[in-house]
Design a protein around this ligand. Structure first.
Ligand SMILES: Cc1cc2nc3c(=O)[nH]c(=O)nc-3n(C[C@H](O)[C@H](O)[C@H](O)COP(=O)(O)OP(=O)(O)OC[C@H]3O[C@@H](n4cnc5c(N)ncnc54)[C@H](O)[C@@H]3O)c2cc1C
Length: 496
């Protein structure tokens, strides 16, 4: 294993994806996670008789996970059951109407026809348009380390590079969605997809309309037993491939001699390594783990963090048959909600409420005649002037009031409770300003400004995870780990 030692920082999905691939390629891999268990933002909590996923709740692009298992010589279906969720989401609009969204095109068209018959044809056109963006961009923006010129400038990418205007970067998500749909409820529904990578539909480029294509084209999934089962399965794969995992092991410093990394410092001890793959937030890492480089730190501070969130885990007595596994209760004024969040970094007066109830699918996650509610609100990243202890209480009242207005009066039925604020996300996962997806895509140049998978400062240092290319969300961070591992293997081969 001479010259093939890799130290991995963090046990999030991007890092795990990189660790497994590198071990499979014959590298000696040590992974250090500061928390008592791995998984990062994919996490779970047990409160009394209730079980919750506390982070990601919806899985898209399942083939990305299948590929990771296959690369390591495993079959995903031997470890995990992916269950398609239908309806993918039940939407509740401010006027009291509701709609089930489905990846089944026929069902979706019927649901749209009931809401707004004129928009059925618009939906078909929108999907074709989103598919075109997907076909033009997926290869470059999702599967290629775009900061590596020699990989970007390839004949098969020319088609996209010469047709960049066709990926709709000059309008915002909202501007484009409003041109397709006449019913404001459908505009709000399709605007929402910008939040899948933590962005603002009123600022993010319409290129992000690739996201609804991914969801309606490839489906939305739940993992039987909970999304955290993914981490448990990957831990088995990683250990079997020889990855050494140390938990409660905080990396304090990335060590280097001149411009070449030579290890990491963990709990005061120096661990020698030939390569370091950082799966921790790259902005935080540049501030806290790498000495000096003020200019780079200043540059990174200009990257706008993604949305943060406030999460209420509620064990709720009684059942609510009107709710599905995934639900959205939209705010009355989406534009104001995002303006408050991104422009003013304020807690929105009236947030959109997302509720995931895994006990609808996995009945054992709550006692009989009860449900486990994961309630997520869009929140600003951390900024001066916010007082989260106060906002926690205020938002609890706002949410319970709004739920009651929609006919879900649960205030007296909450048996167990836990709350997470942006401060908690920052503390728990060392994410930049509590962001939950890394860097936002609120400008058309973000895709290129996001940090690359290979450090420009230090030789032998690589990055994976939501804060670097290609961005946040389960499938993309797994792809980031793949890109980082591929670059390490290539660089190692060229060192001879
Ligand atoms: C509430 C919430 C809801 C979400 N919903 C969805 C969803 O439905 N679908 C979806 O696809 N995605 C969703 N996401 C996003 C998705 O979970 C993340 O994009 C993804 O899990 C992040 O992976 P990562 O590789 O960036 O690592 P992270 O999960 O950020 O993990 C980084 C790890 O590094 C560790 N670490 C940091 N610094 C150090 C150090 N110095 N030493 C050692 N360890 C360190 C941290 O403790 C952490 O475990 C959600 C996220 C949240 C929080």
């Amino acid at each position: 294993m001479e010259n093939r030692r890799v130290a991995i920082i963090g046990g999030g999905l991007g890092a795990l994806s990189g660790a497994i691939r590198l071990a499979q390629l014959g590298f000696s891999v040590q992974l250090f996670e500061k928390n008592p268990k791995i998984g990062g933002k994919v996490n779970e909590a047990i409160l009394g008789d209730y079980r919750f996923d506390t982070g990601a709740s919806l899985l898209t692009m399942p083939f990305v996970i299948d590929e990771l298992f296959e690369t390591a010589g495993f079959k995903r279906s031997d470890y995990l059951d992916f269950l398609p969720v239908d309806p993918m989401c039940r939407y509740f609009f401010p006027d009291g109407s509701a709609m089930n969204a489905s990846a089944d095109k026929k069902k979706m068209k019927t649901a749209i026809a009931q809401l707004s018959p004129n928009d059925v044809e618009a939906y078909e056109r929108f999907l074709k348009y989103a598919e075109r963006i997907h076909n033009l961009t997926a290869e470059i923006f999702m599967f290629t380390p775009i900061h590596e010129l020699r990989r970007l400038i390839r004949p098969r990418h020319f088609r996209t590079l010469f047709r960049l205007h066709q990926i709709d970067p000059f309008r915002t998500v909202h501007e484009r969605v409003s041109r397709f749909f006449s019913d404001p409820r459908l505009v709000q529904l399709f605007d929402r997809y910008a939040t899948y990578n933590g962005s603002d539909p009123f600022q993010a480029p319409a290129t992000l309309n690739i996201i609804p294509y991914v969801e309606y084209g490839f489906g939305g999934y739940y993992i039987k037993g909970g999304i955290y089962r993914l981490i448990e399965a990957l831990e088995i794969v990683a250990r079997q491939r020889g990855v050494q995992i140390q938990t409660s092991a905080k990396v304090e410093r990335i060590c280097h001699v001149g411009k070449r990394v030579n290890g990491v410092q963990v709990n005061g001890e120096t661990i020698d390594a030939d390569y370091v793959l950082c799966g921790a937030d790259a902005v935080v890492a540049h501030h806290e783990l790498i000495n000096g480089h003020r200019h780079q730190q200043k540059k990174l501070n200009q990257l706008e963090p993604s949305l943060s969130g406030m999460v209420f885990l509620w064990g709720v007595k009684g059942k609510q048959p009107a709710l599905a596994h995934h639900n959205i209760l939209f705010s009355r004024d989406y534009r104001t909600e995002f303006k408050q969040i991104f422009k003013h970094q304020q807690v929105p007066d009236e947030p959109t409420i997302y509720i995931a109830i895994t006990s609808k699918t996995d009945t054992v996650h709550a006692p009989t005649d009860a449900e486990n509610w994961f309630v997520l609100l869009n929140m600003p990243y951390l900024a001066p002037g916010q007082v989260w202890e106060h906002e926690k209480t205020r938002m609890r009242t706002v949410v319970l009031r709004k739920l009651k207005q929609h006919g879900f009066d649960i205030a007296d039925r909450i048996a167990v409770e836990q709350v997470y604020t942006p401060e908690d996300f920052s503390e728990l996962y060392a994410s930049n300003k509590g962001s939950i997806y890394g860097v936002s895509s609120n400008s058309r140049t973000t895709a290129f400004k996001r940090l690359p998978n290979r450090s420009r400062l230090l030789k032998g240092l690589y990055f994976a995870g939501g804060s670097v290319h290609p961005g946040g969300g389960i499938p993309l961070v797994i792809l980031s780990g793949k890109m980082a591992a591929t670059l390490i293997a290539e660089d190692h081969a060229s060192r001879g």
